[in-house]
Design a protein around this ligand. Structure first.
Ligand code: ADE
Length: 262
């Protein structure tokens, strides 16, 4: 059976990562993931690549089967997840083209299934939604990568109004995105280490004086930075620490998990 240690979940504009991958179709108790998994080797590590929106971007942010994606990756053995994503910047400390490794998350989504827990007392710790060790590895892997920031995740698929954008910025939040939740919490439930790698594609509607953000801008900016992002990911994979002993899996020790971690 095909196995992998590490996953890269590609976001908007990021649909392939590996040379000559093996394609693995996985069925899960939650349905099919966004696409078959592509599995290959990077820096001696087995890596599974999953395009979050599907290979042809069939799944909008609110239509992604986040549980199937997380379960499918774990079923191959994945314990470390790198999650690149396109984000808007909410304040002028960031600019399009910047890569930021957020350390906090605000979940403003409201119609997604955000947990595997369907019964029993299972309350996962989530004060720090991202794996500290993975975050550190990403920040150290390249020059000029911003360390920390709060990413608010909105339901989409529409972009925010100017008033919403200004409101989010006034809360002190830095980045905005449509897919970071519930992906991070589901990874924690799957006892995986998870880090988001945010590529700033636009300045949302608040800082802009023009007509606000549109999807062409997001896609174009992502395309311009894709090769740089792939290079960074390859360097990160080569430098990943051993997942053993990390609190991202240890939180569930002694807890009666009422769902299957494959
Ligand atoms: N993804 C990229 N840019 C975004 C924005 N401005 N708002 C929400 N999600 C985004």
């Amino acid at each position: 059976m095909t196995r992998a240690d590490v996953a890269v979940i590609g976001g908007t504009g990021f649909y392939s990562f590996l040379d000559d991958p093996e394609e693995v179709a996985v069925e899960t108790p939650y349905g099919a993931p966004s696409s078959p998994l592509a599995v290959g080797t990077v820096a001696g590590r087995r890596v599974a690549f999953l395009p979050r929106h599907g290979a042809d971007h069939a799944h909008p942010p609110h239509g992604i089967n986040y549980r199937a994606n997380a379960w499918a990756l774990r079923s191959l053995g994945v314990r470390q997840v790198l999650a690149p994503c396109a984000v808007g910047g909410l304040r002028d400390t960031v600019a399009p083209g910047d890569v930021v490794v957020p350390d906090q998350l605000v979940d403003r989504t409201h119609r997604r299934i955000g947990s595997f827990v369907e019964s029993g007392a299972v309350h996962l710790p989530f004060a720090d939604p991202y794996c500290g060790r993975l975050r550190e590895t990403v920040v150290s892997a390249g020059d000029g990568i911003a360390d920390g920031g709060t990413m608010v995740v909105v339901e989409g698929p529409r972009f925010s109004t100017r008033a919403e954008s200004q409101h989010y910025a006034a809360q002190g939040w830095d980045l905005i995105n449509m897919t970071g939740a519930p992906e991070a919490a589901l990874a924690r439930e799957m006892r995986q280490c998870y880090a988001a790698i945010a590529l700033v594609t636009d300045m949302d509607a608040g800082v802009e004086h023009g007509s606000g953000v549109g999807q062409e801008e997001v896609f174009a900016r992502f395309r311009e930075n894709l090769e740089r992002l792939k290079g960074l990911l390859a360097d990160v994979v080569a430098a990943l620490p051993d997942p053993d002993g990390c609190s991202c899996s240890g939180w569930a020790d002694g807890i009666n998990l009422t769902y299957e971690v494959p």
